[in-house]
Design a protein around this ligand. Structure first.
Ligand SMILES: Cc1cc2nc3c(=O)[nH]c(=O)nc-3n(C[C@H](O)[C@H](O)[C@H](O)COP(=O)(O)OP(=O)(O)OC[C@H]3O[C@@H](n4cnc5c(N)ncnc54)[C@H](O)[C@@H]3O)c2cc1C
Ligand SMILES: O=C(O)[C@@H]1CCCCN1
Length: 397
């Protein structure tokens, strides 16, 4: 009798309206939104939280409205509001406005597209001329033929702090986080059975937000997306004179856009997290398996960065002082995947954030929640649907 009571308790404890797999930025915001909608929600994470083995760790990320495509600029309109809402609810500062400096070949590649999107969407923008560039941005050399502008709304998001804030809010709303529990099996059906290293859970709805591990999880459902995981060397460069490129000195975040001729794709954030160290990275990484990330030891990106730093950021020592690791999960077109599983409408997938998804966390969480609840999404997500990959897709079985 006692045993059957225990069994009933166990099964009651393990039934949820929704199970979200992966507690990175996207899963955490999705779970938070589901809990806000009074859904009994479980957020599963394979590692002990917080951890540094996925894509959402580290102290800072860029937030911006400067994009080549309208859709992202427009999504960030709501994005800023939702970040501010979380700041208010959690009583913490998550965003610091620094502006985002965009530099790149003036008439080719992404720079003219970004400029056009900002102006068209009436985002506060300052176009810098070659003559006044130095006055606004001392200690940076604008490359020959490059244009420069400031997306005034750009800035820094405090990433680790944001993750903790959203997970705390989720728990305050009654949500359950089980970390150190790796999902080892997903059995689709009207009620989905999710098996982990720690137990078995059942839910009417599942959301998969597993970052670089997405295809490993989707394999349990007989489906694969065209995703590639790459490792990024996160490099920090020492200021020759402390404070030259500091967040307190209002040095902006910056992006160097590429073109067919110049493949620079470099970005940076002002010194902030580590005293006197400026984060500057290369946007293109080398293929890796997320379970063996540290075995990827390609450092050709660091050579490109060294050359760039010595040429264009003369106030930094052109040798990284700290190198950390992070991963991108790339789609072929670098746009996100936000959609239903093609074979199971009660499984929703959020993946392929292609190295630019953090700032959208609150918006993506809202959309994945809406999809999971079967509600009409609050923005047009047609650009993010899986069917655009028809020719790339293959069955996992
Ligand atoms: C170096 C770098 C710089 C970046 N800069 C910016 C930036 O400036 N601005 C910006 O907006 N974005 C930026 N990004 C991108 C952004 O950080 C990512 O798009 C975002 O963090 C992706 O979040 P995610 O939740 O999809 O993935 P993740 O954070 O990887 O989360 C997935 C989670 O799922 C868990 N998981 C996987 N498999 C299982 C399983 N079987 N069972 C249980 N749990 C599982 C993982 O452990 C992980 O915690 C950057 C990324 C990197 C790497
Ligand atoms: O998402 C971002 O804003 C940055 C831009 C530069 C590359 C890394 N991601």
């Amino acid at each position: 009798n006692n045993q059957s009571k225990l069994a009933i308790n166990m099964s009651a404890k393990q039934d949820y309206d929704c199970v979200v797999i992966g507690a990175g930025v996207q899963g955490s915001f999705t779970a938070y939104q589901l809990a806000k909608h009074n859904k009994k929600t479980l957020l599963l994470e394979q590692f002990v939280l917080p951890h540094t083995r996925g894509s959402s760790h580290g102290q800072t990320r860029i937030i911006r409205r400067a994009y080549e495509q309208d859709i992202y600029t427009q999504m960030m309109g709501e994005g800023y509001q939702l970040w501010a809402q979380l700041e208010k609810e959690a009583g913490v500062t998550l965003y610091r406005q620094t502006g985002l400096l965009v530099m790149g070949p003036e008439t080719s590649g992404d720079y003219p597209l970004v400029k056009n999107t900002l102006l068209k969407n009436k985002v506060p923008t300052v176009i810098l001329s070659r003559d006044n560039f130095h006055q606004h941005i001392p200690n940076v050399v604008l490359s020959e033929g490059h244009g420069a502008l400031l997306d005034v709304t750009g800035g820094v998001l405090f990433a680790d702090r944001a993750l903790k804030a959203v997970q705390d809010q989720f728990q305050k709303l009654g949500g359950v986080i089980q970390d150190n529990e790796k999902v080892t099996e997903i059995k689709p059906g009207p009620v989905v059975k999710v098996t982990t290293s720690g137990g078995v859970y059942q839910a009417r709805n599942v959301v998969i937000t597993a970052g670089p591990w997405t295809n490993k999880l989707l394999a349990h459902t007989g489906f694969q997306l065209p995703l590639e995981t790459v490792k990024i060397n996160v490099c920090y460069w020492k200021e020759k004179t402390p404070g030259t490129y500091g967040v307190k000195q209002r040095f902006p975040c910056f992006v160097v856009t590429g073109s067919l001729e110049s493949k620079e794709h470099i970005y940076g954030l002002p010194s902030n997290e580590y005293p006197d160290l400026v984060k500057i990275c290369y946007h293109i990484g080398s293929k890796t398996d997320p379970d063996y990330r540290d075995l990827q030891t390609d450092t050709s990106d660091i050579d490109i960065l060294k050359r760039y730093v010595s040429r264009c950021i003369p106030g930094l020592v052109p040798e990284p002082a700290v190198v950390e690791s992070c991963m991108y999960t790339l789609t072929p077109d670098r746009h996100f995947v936000l959609d239903y599983h093609p074979n199971y409408s009660n499984i929703v997938i959020g993946a392929g954030f292609s190295g630019h998804g953090f700032k959208f966390g609150p918006v993506i969480g809202k959309l994945l929640c809406e999809l999971s609840l079967g509600e009409v999404p609050s923005f047009d997500f047609s650009s993010f649907k899986i069917r655009r990959f028809q020719s790339h897709m293959k069955s996992a079985l």
